[in-house]
Design a protein around this ligand. Sequence first.
Ligand code: DGL
Length: 284
Amino acid sequence: MQGSVRDRGIGIFDSGVGGLTVLKEIRKLLPGEDLFYLGDTARVPYGNRSRDTIIKYSVQNTGFLIEQGIKLLVVACNTSSSVALQTLRHRFTDLPIIGVIEPGSEQAVRNTASRRIGVIGTRATVTSESYRTAINRFDKDIKVFQQACPLFVPFVEEGMHTSALARGMAEHYLAPLKRHGIDTVILGCTHYPALSPVIKKVMGSKVRLINSGQAVAAKAYEYLFSHDLLKNTGDTSHRPPAPGDMRFFVTDDPLQFKRIGRLLLSLDIDSNIHKVVLEDHEYA
Ligand code: DGL
């Protein structure tokens, strides 16, 4: 019984390509695990939508990934993690679920010397106050300054994250944050690591950018290890595990996803992408 659970994959979802920045870190740390990635590309962006809609989409995404046979879910979307995580944990009680807010906050709290942290994210993430709550749970005296950057996501989805326009947009959004003497900025949207070079240029080299992907991957590893759910643990040969499968699901035309996915992952993912319809399914 336990053996069969070990052989299941890790489900990962985001509204689009952003969660690939998290998948990349999970792949590095857990190369032998099968990864099932769902990018809800027909409905991206989530960040400007209502709570109810974000929750509905997140429930559908989770239900779909459960059908693929998973032992762990990583919500690789800050917007869903901010708004829908509690609902998902209530609805899918048997499924261990890791979000991105806590791991990123913990990393930022550990990094800050000035005790002033900036958070950039979608409107829904900023409005939810999820980061402020998580950071102040670790340390109530840390000051948190937030900025919504709604145009960042379409830029990444279009593959325009290194353009001169992206630089201008970053200058516009980040100007208010630069006045607060922060030394740490949380990239509070999984699309934003793609914009790191541009954001770094604007914020300056003294400000550390936190990409929660690594911390999330570490949490996934810890969970699987401590519950004896790592795949291939029966293999005593000490050889590195055979690479796990990676399967990608999208809800719109895979073409753009392939192009940007290749850029973000430096991997050819073409043959493993499947288009799926989520609205037809009714989940618990
Ligand atoms: N990448 C997502 C996040 O981390 C979603 C962005 C969006 O769809 O607006 O928030």
